[in-house]
Write a protein that binds this ligand. Structure first.
Ligand SMILES: [Zn+2]
Length: 252
C-alpha cells in the first residue's frame, strides 16, 4: 500500500529505451516513439509499476521513455513539470499514473489538460481518475472520459470485454478475473468515451467501465481503473492490454 520513503522523496527524471524483441520485427519494423510517464503521489508502489509497464511495452515497440516522479507520496502536490507550458512537447503519448486527489487549483489543472486538448494523446491509470478529485472544475474528468470519486473494496473482479473488435482488448480472455484490486465507481461516462470492458460492483450490482477509450479534442485517451496492487502489475492480461493501450493511444 505504501510507496517507499526513499522513492517518495526523490524527484526523478530519467530516460529508458525499450528494446524490440518481437519476432515480427524481421518482416515489419516495430513502431518507434517517445513516451512520457508521469507518476508519484499517494498509495501505490510506483517504482514497481514503472518497471512493469515499460517492460511490458518493450516487446511491442521501441519506446524512448522519460519517467517523471515528482510531488512526494502525499495527496496534494503541484509538480514542477507542469510549470513549463510546453511540458508535453515532443512526446507521442503521455501516461498519467499519478495520485494527487486533494490538488484542486483550476489554473494548474488546465495547464495539464491544455496540452492534451492541443493534441497529445494519453493513457490514464487507476489513481489518475481520483487525481484532482477535490476540484470543482470538470476539465480533468472530461479529459479522462470518466467522473469517479470513490471505489469499492479490494476484490477479484470479473472483467467482461464489451467491444472485442477493439485492438486494445481483442486479445484479452473473454472472462478475465483480476488479482485483488479496487473497482472504481464511475458516476459518469463522458459523451466521447466508450467502454471496452466492464466489471460488476459487489456493493451495488451495477456494471462499471474498467477499460475505455476517450476522444479529447484531437487526442486519443485510453483509460483503466485497475492498477492498485502490485499483483495487478504482475498480471500478464493487465500488462497486455495496458501495453497495447500505450501503442493505440500513440497511434501505432
Ligand atoms: Zn489504489
Amino acid at each position: 500500500m505504501f510507496q517507499s520513503i526513499r522513492l517518495a522523496l526523490v524527484t526523478s527524471s530519467l530516460v529508458l529505451t525499450g528494446i524490440c524483441s518481437s519476432s515480427a520485427a524481421e518482416t515489419k519494423p516495430a513502431p518507434s516513439f517517445r513516451a512520457l510517464l508521469i507518476t508519484g503521489g499517494c498509495c501505490h508502489n510506483y517504482a514497481l509499476q514503472t518497471r512493469a509497464l515499460t517492460n511490458a511495452v518493450a516487446p511491442l515497440a521501441r519506446v524512448e521513455w522519460t519517467i517523471v516522479n515528482e510531488g512526494g507520496s502525499g495527496t496534494r502536490a503541484q509538480i514542477p513539470l507542469y510549470s513549463n507550458t510546453n511540458w508535453a512537447k515532443g512526446y507521442d503519448v503521455v501516461v498519467h499514473n499519478e495520485c494527487f486527489a486533494d490538488t484542486k487549483d483550476p489554473a494548474y489543472i488546465r495547464s495539464i489538460t491544455a496540452a492534451h486538448k492541443a493534441g497529445t494523446p494519453a493513457v490514464v491509470i487507476h489513481c489518475a481518475m481520483h487525481t484532482y478529485r477535490a476540484t470543482d472544475i470538470d476539465d480533468w474528468r472530461e479529459f479522462l472520459g470518466v467522473t469517479s470519486r470513490r471505489h469499492d473494496h479490494l476484490s477479484n473482479y470479473r472483467v467482461k470485454v464489451t467491444d472485442a473488435s477493439h485492438p486494445v482488448v481483442k486479445d484479452m480472455p473473454p472472462e478475465w478475473v483480476t488479482p485483488k484490486d479496487e473497482l472504481y465507481v464511475i458516476e459518469k461516462l463522458w459523451p466521447n468515451a466508450k467502454a471496452l470492458a466492464t466489471s460488476k460492483s459487489e456493493a451495488d450490482g451495477r456494471d462499471y467501465a474498467v477499460i475505455w477509450t476517450n476522444q479529447y479534442g484531437p487526442s486519443r485517451v485510453l483509460g483503466t481503473t485497475f492498477g492498485h496492487s502490485d499483483e495487478t502489475f504482475r498480471d500478464p492480461v493487465f500488462l497486455g492490454y495496458l501495453a497495447r493501450g500505450v501503442l493505440w493511444a500513440a497511434g501505432r
